[in-house]
Design a protein around this ligand. Structure first.
Ligand code: CP3
Length: 321
C-alpha cells in the first residue's frame, strides 16, 4: 500500500522564516499575491523544505472582491479590511487577476514531476461574508441577516460570485493547476437549510461550470463546519476536506465511499508536536486507510507552528504504511 499523499492548508506563510524574510521586502500582502516571481517562490518554499506531495498556489480568496472592484487591504494585526459594500458597483474585471495565472504557469514549470499544483478560490458564501462585513467579524451578523432575511438580494450576490469563481478557477486550470480547492471556511455559520442553499448549491453550479470546461481537473470542497452535511458535498466534488470537528471513523463510512477524503489533523496538534501529534496523525491514517485519503489539517497551519513539527509530520505520514 502506498502512503497517503500529504499537503497542508496554509503550508506557505508566516511560520516559515524564509516566508517572513521575503514578505518583509514585498510591500503589501496583495502586492505579494500579484507579483508572480515572488508568489511562485513562496508557493515552492514548503515543497522544497518538506517534500510535500502538492503545492498550493500562493494567493488569497479576497483577490475576487478586488477584481470585482471592492477595495481590499490587509492590515498588520487586524487582517483583511474591505471598502464599502456597494453591490450595484461590482463588476468582474478578470484582467486584474492575470498575475495570478502567471504565478500558476511559473510554479508548474518549476515543480518537480509528481508534485501536484492545486489552485483555489474562496466559495461564494465565505467571500460574500468578508465583502458584506467589510472584513473579519466576531459574529458575522450582517451577512447572516442578509442570507437568511433578504434571500433575493443575497442570491444576486451569490450568482455574481459563482460566475467569477468559475472564471477564476478555469483560468487557473488553463494555466496549469491540476486540482482546484474551494474554501468555504465559514459554512458552519449557517443552519442546515442555509448550508444547502448558500454553500452546497453554489458548489454544484461551480462544479458543473468547471466540468464543462475542464472535465479532468478534480475539485476539492472544504465546507468547514458543515458537520453531518459533509456527505452531501461528496456528491459534488471529487474530494471533500474534513474540518477538525469531523470524526474520521464516521467519515470513512459516510464520505469515503463517494469521494476522496482530505484531512483532518487539528492545527493545534501541529503546534504541540511530539507524541500527541504522532498519535492523532496515526489515528486519522488508520481510520481512513481503506479508502482514498489525502492527509491534511482540518484548517490552516497556525503562525505559531514550529517548522520542525511539519517535517516530523511529513515523515510520520510517509512511514505509516
Ligand atoms: O499556503 C497556502 O495555503 C496558500 C495561500 C493562502 C493564503 N490564504 C495566504 C495568506 C490561502 C489558500 C488562503 C486562503 C484564505 N484566505 C482563506 C481560506 C482558508 C482559511 O484559512 O479559512 C481565508 C478565510 C482567507 C482570508 C484571509 N487572508 C484572512 C482572514 C487573512 C488574515 C488572517 C491571517 O492569517 O493573517 C489573510 C491573510 C493571509 N493569507 C496571510 C497568508 C499567508 C497572512 C498575511 C501576511 O503574510 O501578512
Amino acid at each position: 500500500m502506498r502512503p497517503a499523499p500529504v499537503w497542508l492548508m496554509r503550508q506557505a506563510g508566516r511560520y516559515l522564516p524564509e516566508y517572513r524574510k521575503l514578505r518583509a521586502s514585498a510591500g503589501s500582502f496583495l502586492d505579494l499575491c500579484f507579483s508572480p516571481g515572488l508568489a511562485a517562490e513562496v508557493t515552492l518554499q514548503p515543497v522544497r523544505r518538506f517534500g510535500m506531495d502538492a503545492a498550493i498556489l500562493f494567493s488569497d480568496i479576497l483577490t475576487i472582491p478586488h477584481a470585482l472592484g471592492q477595495e481590499v487591504r490587509f492590515v498588520e494585526g487586524t487582517g483583511p479590511v474591505l471598502g464599502p459594500f456597494d453591490p450595484g458597483a461590482l463588476q468582474f474585471a478578470n484582467g486584474r487577476l492575470d498575475p495570478v495565472y502567471e504565478t500558476v504557469r511559473r510554479v508548474r514549470k518549476d515543480l518537480p514531476d509528481g508534485v501536484a499544483l492545486i489552485g483555489f478560490a474562496g466559495a461564494p458564501w465565505t467571500v460574500a461574508a468578508y465583502m458584506v462585513e467589510g472584513g473579519s467579524s466576531r459574529d458575522w451578523l450582517k451577512v447572516r441577516r442578509m442570507a437568511l432575511g433578504e434571500p433575493e438580494r443575497f442570491a444576486a450576490l451569490t450568482d455574481l460570485l459563482v460566475e467569477a469563481t468559475i472564471d477564476h478557477l478555469s483560468a487557473q486550470a488553463e494555466a496549469g493547476a491540476e486540482a482546484l480547492q474551494l474554501f468555504d471556511s465559514w459554512a458552519g455559520l449557517l443552519p442546515p437549510a442555509g448550508i444547502r442553499r448558500w454553500c452546497l448549491e453554489p458548489a454544484q453550479r461551480i462544479a458543473a461550470g468547471l466540468a464543462a470546461r475542464h472535465p479532468s481537473v478534480p475539485l476539492i470542497l472544504f465546507p468547514r463546519g458543515a458537520g453531518a452535511l459533509a456527505p452531501e458535498f461528496a456528491g459534488v466534488g471529487a474530494c471533500v476536506g474534513l474540518d477538525t470537528t469531523a470524526d474520521p471513523v464516521w467519515a470513512a463510512g459516510a464520505v469515503q465511499g463517494r469521494a476522496v477524503v482530505q484531512g483532518n489533523l487539528d492545527p493545534m496538534l501541529l503546534v504541540i508536536g511530539g507524541d500527541a501529534m504522532e498519535r492523532a496523525a496515526r489515528e486519522i491514517l488508520s481510520a481512513l486507510r481503506c479508502g482514498p485519503h489525502i492527509f491534511n489539517l482540518g484548517h490552516g497551519v497556525l503562525p505559531a507552528t514550529p517548522p520542525e513539527h511539519v517535517a516530523a509530520l511529513r515523515r510520520i505520514v510517509r512511514e505509516a504504511v
